[in-house]
Ligand binder design. Sequence first.
Ligand code: HEM
Length: 257
Amino acid sequence: MSKQTTSHDNDAMRQKYYAMIENPDMLDYGVYLKCDKLLSCQKPLAELSTSDELQFQIVHQVEELWMKLMTFTLVEIIEYMRKRQSHRVITLFSRVHRIQRMMIDQLGVLETMSPKEYQQIRLQLGNGSGQESPGFRMLLKLPNDLWQAFEESYLENGAISIDSIYDEQYTHDEKYAIAEALIEYDELFQLFRWRHLFLIHRSIGLGSDSLKGRPVDLLQQGARKRFFPQLWDIRCTMTDRWGSEYGKVRPSISGKS
Ligand code: HEM
C-alpha cells in the first residue's frame, strides 16, 4: 500500500533540493563559470517574499547579462566599422539582434506571475526603477557612437548620402547591408520597450504610477524614439517620390475598388 505524503515529507524534500541549489558541486565546469558566485546572486531561498520572487530576480539578472554582452559587442562593432571590416560588422550585428530577440521573448516569463503576487515583490524594491538598469543606461549611450562610425566609414563623412545607398545608386552593397543592420537594431530596441509595456500592462496596469511616482504611461514616449531617424525617413522620401511619379492613388487592378 502506498504511504500518504505528509507535510514533513515535503519539508524534507524541499530542504534537500534547496541545499543542493545553494551549495552547488564545484567541478571544473563550475569553477570556470564561477557558478558558486553566480548562483548566490539571488536572495537566499528561505528569505523569498513569495516563490515568484526568484524568477523576478533571475529574469532581471539574465537581462542585465545580455545587455552586458550587447554593449561589449557593440563596442567591437564600432571598432570594426572604423576599420571598415564589414563582414565582421554584419556577423556581430547578427549576434546582437539574436540577443535582442531573446530579451524580448524572455520578458514573457514574468507574465506567469499573478498581479497579486507581484504586489508582494514590489514591496521589496524600495523606489528602484528599471530606468536605473546599468545595462539599459549603457545601451542608450551607444547609438551616437554607432552612427558616428557609420557616417565616418560608410557615408565617408557626408560624401555619400543615405538617399544614394537606398535609392539613387542602390546596389545592395555593404553600406546598404550595414544600414539595414543598424535599423534592425533600432527596431528591436523599440520592440523590447513595447513588449515591456505590455508586461507592465499585465502586472501593474498602464494607468498607475511607478515606484518613482511617475505615470507609467510616460514610458510610451521612450518607445516612440528612433535612434537612427535618417534610416527611417528615407523610406517615406522614396514612397513620396514614387507617388509623385506614378500617382499616390493607383488605378484598381481588380476593377472593384
Ligand atoms: C513585472 C515586471 C516588471 C514591471 C512591473 C516593470 C515596471 C516598470 C516600470 C513601472 C517602469 C517605469 C519606471 C519609472 O518611471 O521610473 C519600468 C522601466 C523599465 N524597466 Fe521594467 N518592469 C518589469 C520588468 C522588467 C524587466 C524584466 C526588465 C529587464 C531588463 C525591465 C527593464 C526596464 C527598463 C530598461 C526600464 C526603462 C525603460 C525606458 O526608459 O524605456 N523591466 N519598468
